[in-house]
Ligand binder design. Structure first.
Ligand SMILES: [Zn+2]
Length: 438
């Protein structure tokens, strides 16, 4: 992955990053990226690159010494973060970069706004809920806007679908037990109607779920059969989603059956009926603002967010669920989130734009045969993650470091500029830095 050729004047530091083994993780995607045994013995869900207190990256110095990035930032914020970053956010890295590898759907979740996070954190602190208690919602006082950029085709549920379209979906399913809910939403096809229906479903007692969910799933099967789809109801692979055949709601039915297979009897499956199904192609990104209800279903992606782990869950998980708290932060407006293809900001660099002050993400790419170096200039802290090929980082005084696929480096704010030279192509790296950086 990474190597120091033992040269002089090394100005960047390589990182070792923590793998989070959540049950929904892939046994292949992160293992392949890191060059480990495939399949991995346990699911590998997330690779964390940054300085979150729960799992900080480690700086690997050229002399073999190792330091936690979190401790390094505290010990020398001026060098690592720079004065502007430290003034704005104190001695902490404002962003967290992740590789996310979902083999199964993640929990149905939303993240709080800055004000909600500060209030929620203070409330749980005052109640004396221990930081690692399972019922703790707010592990820090920060909001968590996030941007997800697909490395493979990524399927997700994100934001509420136009309620009029959901009324059509419920009509197409034609389930008598769903009829009162269809009528309810049709009478109020707006944020209030979505709030009422989502709240009704997500708080439904188990016997009521048992009365509605199985017949809804049967209706999904019937709809797919009617449209001539064979008995394999799992999502089609290889871009088949782009060729709609028959009913417009085949994708929605497939998602529901897939969710029910992973989380049988979970009321989150029913709630998923209200959400947009989004498919991102490799390189596409989506920004999720505070209050957006979402669940990543399947695929590998780079995710960047504010340096926070504040998640409110409503279902589709074995983790802690807090429906009242989720309902407090949810945004019930509807519509599809814009898919970003990225904007060219240099010959090799594409940027994804977001309103977040804490982070920005760019993608550096060289096709086979391209060799133009890129000067990485910044007085802000940066993390580089190599996702394809390799690149050499060179400093003016002759220091050289090679970063290979799966490898990552830390560029401290006070370090001099470095030149990035691609290895044999194709080469791809992601560059993370604060959103306020120029
Ligand atoms: Zn999220």
């Amino acid at each position: 992955m990474n190597e120091y050729p033992g040269g002089k004047g090394v100005v960047v530091e390589l990182l070792r990053n923590a793998v989070r083994p959540y049950a929904w993780g892939s046994r292949t995607a992160i293992a392949e990226l890191l060059g480990g045994p495939v399949p991995a013995p346990h699911p590998q869900a997330e690779l964390w690159l940054g300085a979150h207190p729960a799992d900080s990256s480690v700086l690997l110095h050229a002399d073999g010494a190792q330091t936690s990035l979190l401790e390094a930032l505290h010990a020398d914020p001026d060098r690592h973060l720079g004065s502007r970053c430290a003034q704005r956010w104190g001695p902490r890295l404002p962003f967290l970069l992740k590789v996310l590898a979902a083999e199964e759907p993640l929990s149905l979740q939303a993240h709080p706004s800055a004000a909600q996070a500060a209030e929620g954190f203070a409330r749980e602190e005052a109640r004396g809920i221990p930081p690692d208690a399972p019922e703790r919602n707010y592990s820090d006082p920060s909001h968590k806007p996030e941007l997800i950029c697909a490395l493979t085709e990524l399927h997700a549920l994100a934001g509420f679908r136009d309620p009029l379209r959901t009324v059509e979906l419920l009509a197409a399913l034609d389930v008598p037990a769903l009829e009162p809910y269809r009528t309810m939403l049709a009478a109020e096809p707006n944020a209030d109607g979505l709030r009422t229906l989502f709240t009704t479903w997500i708080t439904m007692p188990e016997p009521a779920v048992k009365a509605v969910l199985p017949c809804t799933l049967d209706a999904c099967v019937a709809l797919l059969r009617r449209d001539g789809v064979c008995d394999d109801f799992r999502q089609p692979r290889d871009g088949d989603f782009r060729q709609p055949r028959g009913s417009d709601f085949r994708q929605e039915c497939r998602v529901l059956l897939e969710l029910a297979e992973t989380y049988p009897g979970d009321v989150g499956v029913l709630a998923a009926l209200l959400l947009n199904h989004v498919v991102l192609a490799s390189g596409d990104a989506m920004y999720l603002p505070a209050g957006n209800l979402h669940s990543y279903l399947r695929g590998t992606a780079v995710e960047i967010s504010a340096n926070s782990d504040n998640v409110l869950r409503g279902g589709l998980t074995a983790k802690h669920i807090d429906v009242p708290e989720l309902l407090r932060v949810l945004d019930f407006s509807h519509g599809e989130l814009p898919v970003q293809r990225g904007e060219r900001v240099g010959p090799q660099e594409t940027a994804y734009r977001t309103p977040a002050e804490e982070f920005q993400l760019t993608r550096l790419e060289w096709a086979d045969g391209e060799s133009t170096p890129v000067l990485l200039r910044s007085s802000w802290p940066q993390i580089l993650l190599c996702t394809r090929g390799s690149a050499e980082l060179r400093s003016r005084d002759g220091g050289r470091v090679t970063v290979r696929r799966g490898g990552s480096v830390w560029l401290a704010a006070a370090d001099p500029d470095v030149m990035m030279c691609p290895g044999a192509g194709p080469v791809q790296l992601f560059r993370a830095l604060p959103g306020l950086a120029d």
